[in-house]
Design a protein around this ligand. Structure first.
Ligand code: GLY
Length: 371
């Protein structure tokens, strides 16, 4: 991968973000754009941390005070959100508070940010069910219709490993490891494709069945779920070094790569391999980060990393927004929930985040991502 090309792309992404920063003073973009424009939103969604995470990355890249100042202003709204319990009765604590508050602590030593991230870790830990040994993703705790885990949650476990490290309280790590084991034993199918979610019996904790929420069907493979698996397993391996992870990571990764279309930007579900269905470029961006992390952790060799470079080049060449275009996002052609009618073929905040994280990983090979 041409590091100069990655640097130019990173500069371009930063310029777009800085140009539109004023639109979000005191606010946050919502999860997805509407007709290519993010409207103004509040800090209520599972995606708010991605925006603050972008601020931190662009601050690290450029050292421009505006990015740090904006991120630091956000911190108060994250604590307020926890205090008022706005959109926090779910598993998304790592996405929301890891990339904003734990990142702030790692970069600046902010005690306020550390305390907020630890409160979020407590909140996540409280969603653990002994019966089934997993963290419930959504809804009221114990509700049988929501007694399930989801593959996305693998990305929230690093907040618990971090909390264990900074507090010395091993219960955070134990919770993460138990959830990880349950998730790996249920959402990953024999052929290394994945379920989005998996239900358990609330009475006995017995595993029941895989089901999708954002994919095409219960038996298909939602491409972003597969990407969460790749990136999530790599990050969990970083913290656990569990020797049973590498073959599973290789299988899940190989499945994703084998199901990509010619230009390497995934369709929103792998049920589709060609035609007019929307892409989910964010799935490809997440996968690039998962492979780059996997390579760093010794999970793959040159052949796989070359694929990650090719995907990223395709995203830069054909999916990245240009400063002269009208939109205010970074990575085009992402899809939130095709069958839910949400954010179809739009910018998504996590697509923008992972595209930028992938570029940071290339431009600064020793850079420590915030997970
Ligand atoms: N974690 C929610 C999503 O990927 O849409």
């Amino acid at each position: 991968m041409d590091a100069d090309k990655a640097r130019r792309a990173l500069d371009g992404a930063m310029t777009i973000t800085e140009t539109h920063l004023g639109d979000f003073t005191g606010g946050f973009p919502p999860p997805a754009s509407k007709n290519g424009i993010y409207p103004k939103g509040e800090n209520t969604e599972w995606t708010a941390g991605f925006y603050t995470g972008l601020m931190w990355m662009f601050w690290e890249h450029s050292m421009r005070p505006i990015f740090r100042e904006t991120a630091e202003r956000h911190l108060v709204s994250f604590r307020d959100r926890l205090d008022r319990r706005v959109g926090v009765d779910n598993h998304d604590m790592g996405f929301v508070f890891g990339l904003s508050c734990a990142a702030a602590y790692k970069l600046t030593g902010s005690v306020f940010a550390k305390e907020t991230a630890l409160l979020a870790a407590d909140n996540l830990k409280s969603r653990f069910h002994e019966k089934g040994q997993f963290l419930q993703a959504w809804g009221k705790m114990g509700d049988p219709s929501e007694y399930r885990l989801i593959i996305d949650c693998l990305l929230n476990l690093p907040l618990l490993y971090w909390a264990a490290e900074v507090t010395g309280d091993n219960s955070y790590r134990v919770t993460a490891e138990r959830h990880l084991e349950t998730a790996r034993n249920t959402v990953i199918r024999e052929d290394f494709s994945t379920h989005h979610t998996f239900y358990f019996d609330p009475e006995t904790g017995a595993p029941l069945r895989g089901a999708t929420k954002q994919g095409y069907s219960d038996t298909s493979t939602w491409s972003r779920g597969q990407a969460w698996g790749i990136c999530g397993l790599a990050l969990n391996y970083k913290y656990t070094k569990d020797p049973s992870i590498p073959p599973q990571w290789a299988g899940v990764t190989e499945y994703f790569l084998r199901h990509l279309p010619g230009d390497l930007a995934a369709y929103w579900d792998f049920h589709f391999r060609e035609g007019d269905e929307p892409r989910d470029s964010s799935a490809s961006a997440i996968t690039v980060c998962g492979i780059l992390e996997g390579y760093r952790q010794g999970l793959c060799g040159k052949e796989t990393i070359e694929m990650a470079y090719k995907i990223l080049e395709s995203l830069i060449d054909s999916y990245a927004a240009r400063a002269e275009e009208a939109g205010n996002g970074l990575l085009k052609h992402s899809t939130y929930g095709r069958l839910l009618g949400a954010g179809i073929d739009e910018f998504t905040l996590w697509g923008d985040y992972f595209y930028t994280e992938a570029l940071m990983r290339i431009v600064y090979p020793d850079w420590a991502a915030y997970w």
